[in-house]
Design a binder for this molecule. Structure first.
Ligand SMILES: [Zn+2]
Ligand SMILES: [Zn+2]
Length: 391
């Protein structure tokens, strides 16, 4: 079927690119994907892909294609939301919405999955089982849209789940997957240090200088990873924001630290939270201040199941050739597809798009050749899973 899917993908390429550009021009923030969902539903109806369910967990769209041969049910997922970023690519089809941009490639994911649906819809007679196309809202902002989709029942009867994400630093049209821990849990850390405000010339009169204590906490928190995290567990703790809003001659009363804690092991993740709290609170105490620590729990680490990751890797070698099927490293981004993979076997793969600018930047510029590979490839993965697991 590879040749068939490849020639279908070639034939559909121009229309998939056109659709991606339309989505790119009209990005919508998390939870507001109304127009995007309307376009998705319209296209699925044109393709005749089963009953099209809309309004799933807000703006989600789901449709299931029935194959003509017996077999399992595969779910393919794309996310649809954009980011609060002002686009600076200068592209002719750049965002027409002020301050909103598809800077994470969800336009690519959505257009690609519609291309995949078009390909599979042409070959129902060859399809073992069925394929559920799941267009998810709200990936970019906590709590994420995945859990709500799952609670709405999209996994009912599903045997395996697959998805993909663009990867700017990989050459366009390459594919990669990693078995096991592949993407990180992502938690937000907020620390408020309270000391005593006063004249900068009289720190000795004050209970504690929040600016100094805050900077000590930034340093002390580095021990959480370097002294406590097992060396074989990849983990990161970054404080990206430290605000102590005094002046040259004013000691402020409070300081605020904000950062991210990422891990690929759930046991360590829980311990890390305890250590962050303890180190921040006791460092503040040591200097006569207090620290209030809040940790907003984000998405869990993403684990690719071994058999399904191997299927995707093998399918990639066959579909794009061994030179373009890559062994990829762990990726410390967070992704709520992790919830799907907690419920069902499956794998999430990386699609190279060859952009000099990274994800979540105003300059992200996708090489659209990637769509030629991704549309047919996901069709092949779903078809092949069905054939291998046919009753
Ligand atoms: Zn993103
Ligand atoms: Zn994303």
């Amino acid at each position: 079927m590879i040749d068939t899917f490849q020639s279908d993908a070639d034939a559909l390429f121009a229309s998939v690119v056109a659709l991606r550009r339309t989505l790119h021009r009209h990005p919508e923030l998390s939870g507001e994907e109304h127009e995007t969902a309307r376009r998705v539903a319209e296209r699925l109806r044109e393709l005749g892909v089963g009953a099209v369910q809309t309004g799933v967990n807000g703006t989600g769209v789901v449709a299931t294609l029935e194959g003509e041969r017996p077999g399992p049910t595969v779910l393919l997922r794309a996310d649809m939301d954009a980011l609060p970023i002002q686009e600076e690519t200068g592209l002719e089809f750049a965002s027409e919405v002020d301050g909103v941009m598809h800077a994470c490639g969800h336009d690519v994911h959505t257009a690609s999955l519609l291309g995949t649906a078009a390909i599979l819809a042409r070959h129902r007679d060859q399809l073992h089982g069925r394929v559920r196309f799941c267009f998810q809202p709200h990936e970019e902002r906590l709590p994420g849209g995945a859990q709500g989709m799952i609670e709405s029942g999209v996994l009912a009867g599903v045997d395996a789940v697959f998805g993909q994400h663009i990867k700017p630093d990989l050459p366009a049209g390459t594919l990669g997957v990693r078995a096991g821990a592949a993407m990180a849990s992502s938690d937000e850390v907020y620390v408020t240090v309270t000391g005593e405000g006063g004249h900068a010339a009289e720190p000795h009169e004050l209970a504690a200088d929040a600016t100094y204590v805050g900077s000590q906490i930034v340093g002390a928190l580095q021990s959480v990873i370097s002294r406590h995290c097992p060396p074989d567990v990849p983990s990161i703790l970054t404080i990206g924001r430290l605000i102590a809003d005094g002046a040259t001659n004013v000691i402020p009363e409070t300081a605020r630290l904000e950062g991210t804690f990422r891990a690929m092991d759930e046991a360590w993740r829980g311990r890390g939270h305890d250590l962050i709290r303890r180190v921040a609170i006791r460092t503040a105490e040591a200097h006569g201040a207090t620290a209030d620590v809040e940790i907003h729990t984000g998405y869990p680490a993403l684990y690719n199941h071994k058999d399904e990751a191997h299927l995707v890797a093998d399918a990639a070698r066959e579909y794009v050739g061994p030179d373009r099927a890559l062994d990829v490293d762990r990726w410390f981004a967070g992704e709520d597809f992790a919830y799907f993979l907690q419920e069902r076997p499956g794998a999430f793969c990386q699609l190279g798009v060859g952009s000099a600018h990274g994800l979540h930047t105003a300059g992200l510029n996708v090489d659209e050749e990637a769509l030629r590979a991704s549309t047919g490839f996901m069709a092949y993965v779903a078809w092949r899973y069905g054939r291998e697991h046919a009753a």
